[in-house]
Ligand binder design. Structure first.
Ligand code: HSE
Length: 433
């Protein structure tokens, strides 16, 4: 098909949509060279409040519509770019875009994590592309790496820091010794954390992104609900002090493993050896370590959020779609879903543990704790005790265990909680080493 230009329809003119529009205009010449013909913005679906945004002032008024019918009635749109976010109405709009034979590009991780399989099938049936590079890791090329460069590998594991907000909070807690709430407040002041930070700090955002990566890597549908999840809100400055003393960093890690029999998918805080690559990823940066049978380990690092890096991925997807339209070929979504796989229950997962207990400072207490752990097949690797409160005669004990099964650890924790000498279970965090 010989086209003189490729028409773009943009849905959403928030921070990401505005930046995408700005790049399409500012880099029009270079992008036309890359795509093989000019990329022309034909229509922008906005909300009334978007019109007051600074970037809207620089655009031709005739481009805007608040009416979705008018948007879809525009005949010159070849590629629909969804930058609305959330599931509704993005799912309905994207479905409509694909059903009408348009290629689509989205940065929407929640939508792809929850509805990726049905959208990819629809795109396949329609013979159009659906691209979602910006849905995970912002500007870090990740999705295309799984679709192209890593396809010869059997992927065994993914270890990822894929939420910049939480990584920023953890970095502040580690460096400045502040507690979770003040690190969160600072992240909110700087605009990293949302006024309602639950999605980020409780690990929900990371489960969306891990669901996408695991589905791509393991060729099976992994939904966010399949993923065990714990956030970072229970971490305290004490945990960071002990982590440093013991030579660890604390990170919110998204982990996916495939041992052929079953897959393991979980998001939770972990102790990581301080000299490991992921332990050194600080601030709002993201990093994804992938293990493949041929490549061994590869590490992807960069800015996982923000309008500039995200627009880099969205515009690359637009150019890739434009090339396909020009050439009349569709490479496919790379979402090659095979049969459903068994997901390992969290209770069967095996890791090491950090355990912090507030105990009565009396003879024989340590022996009681060791007995409970021993009875649950949990072996102690190291232990440190500090005098916590000389007046109350309580102390804090920290134990690092050897590898143990989660269900044994949970039973041991419940029994430890019943001991009169255990005043409080301060925290327990899994150790990935
Ligand atoms: N809230 C996300 C983060 C933004 O902090 O990484 C990008 O998905």
């Amino acid at each position: 098909m010989s086209k003189k230009s490729i028409g773009i329809g943009l849905m959403g003119l928030g921070v990401i949509g505005g930046q995408v529009a700005s790049v399409l205009s500012a880099k029009a010449e270079a992008l036309a060279e890359q795509a093989g013909c000019p990329l022309v913005l034909r229509k922008v679906k906005v909300l009334p409040q978007d019109l007051a945004r600074p970037w809207a002032q620089k655009m031709a008024r005739g481009l805007f519509t608040t009416d979705i019918e008018e948007f879809f009635a525009e005949p010159e749109i070849d590629i629909v770019v969804e930058a609305i976010g959330g599931v509704s109405p993005a799912l309905e709009y994207l479905t409509r875009a694909l059903a009408s034979g348009r290629h689509a590009v989205t940065s929407n991780k929640e939508l792809i994590a929850k509805h990726g399989a049905e959208l990819m099938k629809l795109a396949g049936r329609q013979g159009v592309g659906l691209r979602y590079e910006a849905s995970v890791g912002g500007g870090i090329p990740l999705i295309s790496r799984f679709q192209y460069d890593l396809v010869a590998n059997k992927i065994g594991g993914i270890y990822a820091i894929i939420n910049g907000t939480t990584n920023y909070i953890l970095t502040r807690m580690e460096r400045e010794g502040v507690d979770f709430s003040s690190a969160l407040a600072r992240a909110q002041e700087l605009g990293y954390a949302e006024p309602n930070p639950e999605n980020d700090v409780e690990g929900i955002d990371s489960t969306y992104k891990l669901a996408i990566l695991a589905s791509l890597a393991f060729h099976t549908e992994v939904s966010p609900d399949d993923i065990y999840r714990e956030g970072i809100s229970k971490l305290t400055s004490r945990d960071f002090q002990y982590a440093q003393e013991l030579g660890f960093a604390i990170k919110l890690l998204a982990i996916a493993k495939d041992n052929d029999r079953e897959i393991e998918v979980r998001v939770h805080p972990v102790f990581l050896p301080e000299d490991s690559l992921l332990a050194k990823v600080d601030g709002v940066y993201n990093a994804v370590l992938v293990e493949g049978d041929l490549v061994d380990k590869v590490l992807f690092f960069g800015q996982g959020a923000g309008p500039l890096p995200t627009s880099s991925a969205v515009v690359a997807d637009i150019v890739a779609s434009a090339r396909e339209i020009r050439l009349g070929v569709v490479a496919g979504s790379g979402w090659r879903l095979g049969p459903a796989r068994v997901i390992k229950p969290m209770s069967d997962v095996i890791t090491r543990y950090y355990l912090r207990l507030n105990i009565a400072d009396r003879p024989g207490v340590l022996a009681q704790i060791a007995r409970v752990l021993g009875e649950h097949q949990i072996s102690i690797s190291s232990a440190i005790q500090e005098l916590a409160d000389p007046v109350a005669e309580t102390a804090e004990i920290v134990v690092i265990t050897h590898s143990a099964q989660e269900k044994n650890m949970q039973s041991a924790l419940s029994e430890l909680g019943k001991l009169t000498v255990v005043k409080e279970i301060g925290n327990f965090i899994r150790v990935e080493a």
